[in-house]
Design a protein around this ligand. Structure first.
Ligand code: ATP
Ligand code: MG
Length: 387
């Protein structure tokens, strides 16, 4: 059977003259995702809709795959029909049978974009419903709480019947908002922070600070798998793995213990900014979440922001942990993030970390360290993994 996946992309409509640019990006992302998944499908567009056509025995994973692409509001599973009540109803019944859809109640919803089609939407819904009822769909109509919405759309180039609609990821197509560097640790938060930026159209370039032998090489592999999850959403991605050992060693030797976390973060920001500049990124992104841990008070965030030559974006700042975990589960990073590992930060957490770091003190805590030298050394030792 030839299935048609009807794609709606609400928010892109708002963008006025940029609309075509946004639509093009979305089309590209859809094509790439289908190709990578080995789906043999083609894409058509018509005024505010995209249609993916695929011949197969069942829809399989294609609708779910499409629903994960940022910018898509919903994906309806349907078939293309002739512009007649009979064709819409009969093809719709065949679709339901193929998909094994057996509703307990239903309702028909029609949309008539092609105004040359003579039957107005309310009447079309009634006529299609009547046809369905007399040709095998032996369940009650429930206009308020139907278990299944049988959708009918009359467009210029064709008519469509659909019987199941998946909610899409929403947001904007990845790639329309420029590039940002995400400080990606092996934790739960930073992959979600990266995804939130992708969902607002940004392309991300992850930077991970690796502190071997303080951190085992297993973490590198873990972070690479997290980066790979985010790579799903964009054309290509480069993960930068920074050898952070020189900074960690210097911290142990020269930094007052209660300031180690703050100063460590200040170095991460400085080095990440160097990498970001070189790769054309416009901002840094972290998984910081206000008050979540001692290092994420306003005072400490201020101490870290102090050294940044570019914007630091913190998309999760106001989220509840519960919501972050839910999102991590959805994008498939949660299971990877909770694998046990020794974060270099975890090893360096002092007994009594500074919770309300004062800017002057934070600056003072690193005076014994060769800041420029360390930044240059680490920036020169970056391993790149391409996805
Ligand atoms: P996450 O779950 O993202 O690790 P967290 O709640 O554990 O966050 P911290 O460990 O305090 O918070 O880190 C705050 C942020 O600093 C992280 O979200 C991440 O953006 C960045 N970060 C921390 N450690 C690293 C690292 N080793 N490499 C890259 N970025 C890091
Ligand atoms: Mg962490």
């Amino acid at each position: 059977m030839e299935f048609v996946y009807i794609i709606r992309f609400g928010e892109i409509w708002i963008k006025g003259k940029n609309r075509r640019f946004f639509e093009k990006a979305l089309e590209q992302n859809i094509r790439r995702t289908l190709k990578r998944a080995g789906r043999n499908a083609r894409l058509e567009s018509e005024r505010g809709r995209l249609y993916v056509l695929e011949s197969s025995e069942t829809p399989g994973e294609t609708p779910a795959l499409l629903s994960r692409i940022p910018g898509i509001v919903s994906v309806a599973v349907g078939v293309r029909c002739e512009k007649s009540v009979k064709s819409l109803a009969e093809n719709g019944l065949a679709l339901m049978q193929t998909m094994g859809v057996v509703p307990v109640s239903f309702k028909v919803e029609s949309k008539r974009a092609d105004k040359t089609f003579p039957i107005p939407s309310p009447q079309l819904s009634r006529e299609v419903a009547e046809y369905l009822l007399t040709h095998g769909l032996d369940v009650p109509v429930d206009v308020h709480h139907p278990e299944m919405v049988f959708g009918v759309e009359i467009q210029q180039q064709g008519a469509y019947a659909f019987c199941r609609t998946l909610r899409g990821a929403g947001g904007l197509p990845t790639g329309v908002s420029g590039k940002v560097a995400v400080l990606l640790s092996g934790g739960i938060d930073s992959p979600v922070a990266g995804y939130r930026m992708q969902k607002r159209g940004a392309t991300v370039e992850p930077v991970y600070f690796h502190g071997f032998p303080f951190t085992s090489d297993m973490v590198k592999d873990k972070v690479a798998r997290l980066a790979e999850k985010l790579a799903f959403y964009q054309e290509s991605m480069t993960l930068h793995i920074v050898n952070f050992t020189p900074v960690l060693t210097a911290l142990k030797q020269h930094c007052p213990e209660r300031f180690t976390i703050i100063v460590m973060r200040r170095f991460m920001i400085r080095i990440a900014a160097e990498i970001a500049k070189k790769s054309g990124c416009r901002a840094l992104v972290t998984g910081d979440n206000l008050g979540q841990v001692a290092s994420q008070t306003l005072d400490n965030l201020e101490c870290v922001t102090d050294v940044s030559p570019m914007m630091i974006l913190r998309p999760l700042l106001s989220f509840d942990k519960f919501d972050i975990i839910e999102q991590a589960r959805k994008i498939g990073t949660y299971e990877i993030s909770i694998e046990p590992h020794e974060d270099c930060c975890a090893l360096f957490v002092p007994k009594f970390p500074e919770i309300y770091g004062k800017l002057e003190e934070a600056r003072g805590a690193e005076t014994e360290m060769d800041i420029d030298g360390l930044v240059a050394e680490c920036t020169a030792m970056v391993e790149q993994v391409n996805f």
